[in-house]
Ligand binder design. Sequence first.
Ligand code: ATP
Length: 893
Amino acid sequence: MLDILEKKLTENQTTRKGLTTAEAEKRLSTDGENRLAKKKKTSAAKIFAGQFHDVMVMILLVSVVISVALGQYADAVPIVLIVIINAALGFIQEYRCEKTLEKLENMTAPTAMVYRDGRLVKIPASEVVAGDVFTLEAGDRVPCDGYINSSRALSCDESALTGEAVPAVKKCRTSEIDFTALNKDYMVYMGTVVTKGVGEVTAVATGERSQMGRVSTMLDEIKEPETPLQKKLGELGRTLAIICLAVCVVVFIAGVLRGEPVLNMAMTGITIAIAAIPEGLPATVTIALALAVRKMLKRQALVHRLHSVETLGCATVICTDKTGTVTMNKMTVTDIFTCTEKSRAYGVTKEGASFDDKALKAWESPDLGRILLCGAACNNARLCPPEKIKKRDRGGRQSELCAEGDPTETAILIACANSGINVSSLGYRRTDEFPFESETRSMTVICADEKGVTTAFRKGAFDVIIKECSHVFSDSGELIPFGGAMRKQAFYKCDEYASKGLRVIAFSQQVDGEWAFLGLMAMKDPLRAEAAKAVAECQRAGIKTVMITGDHKLTAQAIAKEAGIMKAGSIALTGDELDRMDDKQLDEVIENCRVFARVTPEHKLRIVKAFKSRGHVCAMTGDGVNDAPAIKEADIGVSMGISGTEVTKQAADVILLDDNFATLVNSVEEGRTIYQNIRKFVRYLISCNIGEVITMLGGILMGLPMVLLPAQILLVNLVTDSLPAIALGLEPAESSVMKKPPRKEDDSFFSGGLMWHIVIRGLLIGICTLASFTVLLTNTHSLGTARTGALITLVLSQLIHVFECKSEDKTLFTVPYLSNPFLLFSVFISAAALFAGIWLPVLQKVFFTAVPSLGEFLVAVAAAAIVPVGAGIIPKLFMGKKSPDVTVNAPQG
Ligand code: ATP
């Protein structure tokens, strides 16, 4: 095996970096995909077969056997037909659901940056093959085993493989390579995480040939567990089924003891069971959740785990990043302050720096030149080639420059270029680099000039840089001590810029072993247009918005004020202040904290824990390599789609594809809506089932003939259960959904008197159906007509009820009928199916129906119409006024 790899690697040593696409495809087909084990997909046939693995279907099949045994073949035909139609409907829904979840899985699958055909491209990690050259940076998950060609300050957390918690420092490979050994510092291993630095690696072992593949016993991917709601409703369904089966057994025994024929009684029992079991419930919940996930995706939120859809609706605190989430992460330098004997403040525009309204180039002012030189040298951004500059800019005399890379650095690079500093003509060669890290808040480069003299340039957060600087340059270019007055002025300037919401970056240069402070650049990062609106929406919805940032406290406060996050009485804390507090002190103030500035990922974890310990349901966003623990700890971990690292994305429950805070708020709205919708269809399904049981049981207790035959009950279930219930799951958000406080996570599903509504409505449906049956039977003496009338009453009262289930606050007269076209359509189809079952001669034979006269029809319809009227009066008699509201108070700040 290793010989082959060696051969492949030497084959790969062509002039071009990486493999060609054709070669990579060839290797992929021979070596297989780069994963530990292929996840077995559920085939369409398996999904279809699964439709018959159901208690309900089993009961129906027993009833078919009994019907045949009784010689009632006509009874058996519709049952078989309905079982097949039900299975087909279930299959279509489940198949679509499976496809949605599969698509999500593909979208959240890990990726890798690989050289193909000489270009660096992003591909799914599963397509990496031996011989590929890939790059790594902090936050990446290593896609496969490989040796390091080049690296800068690279270290990896290999605890998943070795159990060693301290990250392993990685170096460039030596000439001797041992592919098979663990713990080699010139190798990186699949599944480990890059904690620091950058590197370029050649892949040597993929999939199960990797070290992880050898030691891993985790051969199949973990199946998505049931969500709490799915579990709760599954249990409810099972409990209801057991109760109903017990009732059936009692009815059966009582009937047999009374001398009724055994098989007839068995058939009656089965009919009641069919009427009672809410068989569609768990499947409808899954379908509704999957549909919500699809809807969220359209709104740029990718839900990684199904259960987060429910939890999102309970969020009471959203902790959000600042840069890129609340702001646009599009920086522009607006001011430069240079620190010399005579400090100067420059304005910066597209034309470059200016002093006293006079545009200046870098070489016209030494202090300006020095800070710009440092800005351009200590910078990893690149100016865009002319073809990438927007067309409209190119025609103009002063075409706007654009740059690629980290937004802070692109802003600095453009300001330098506009003032005449051209990176390529600097004459400096970079010999070493300490890349920017959120932890150090700074970046340093060592450059050698044409004569080989080296200089270190540094830029970073003001407090980090100024601490180390002991000198400044004098006007004549000599080093002089960085005195108190000058220092004070620098602090003053930093605060002045920061309180305007500007990001401040400080610059320094090392001369003769001493750091000289060069000055500051202030840059504007505008607020996202939707941010303030989204924050206000959160406030209305009883959700606290908290901003957590690595930026300066004053900058953070100013942005938070602009976005509406900080109000009178709100507190802003820095990471240092947090460190000085114990948990009790933090607990006392945290409800009023709206801004945490200069924080590290460890602080984020502490903040999540503090909010959670106060009973909050906390959503936390993150993008950095070390944000994963806080994201995992949060009730809803949110990762950024654009700026997020691979590790945070894998740890998150939700990924914001556009990094936008407003998208997160939209997801909360979707989360609340779907929960309401699930309540809506559960209310509908259970009350309809109760109605059907009351009809059947009531008939037996009243000594009436069987009110509805098994085929008729099945027809009722078919037309009322599936389509309208799913359509209720698609209800649009009610306008009040973000005006109520969040529900509590441990709240009963039936809170707010929902159970009462369900029981009363079920009773009324049953009673009115029985009334319709009795009236028609007494007047027509035709069992067929009476049953048809009961069928009409039962179905119509359910189809009327479905509109009431649209809202828990509105009545039949105030619900917006047209807001959900799917519901209108499903009710139309259901009504059409009912009338077809009554008026089409072929179906009359299947469902044993008789065409009613106009008068008989009106009696049945009137009985159905009484249901909502009664339902309006009864709760008032029992409960006094309006039923309590569904939502409950969550901790508020
Ligand atoms: P958040 O995304 O959480 O709002 P942030 O983007 O402001 O935070 P970091 O990226 O960790 O936080 O930056 C922290 C500080 O480091 C910044 O306030 C800035 O002073 C400094 N900084 C940011 N980017 C760079 C860079 N490329 N080089 C040097 N210093 C930087």
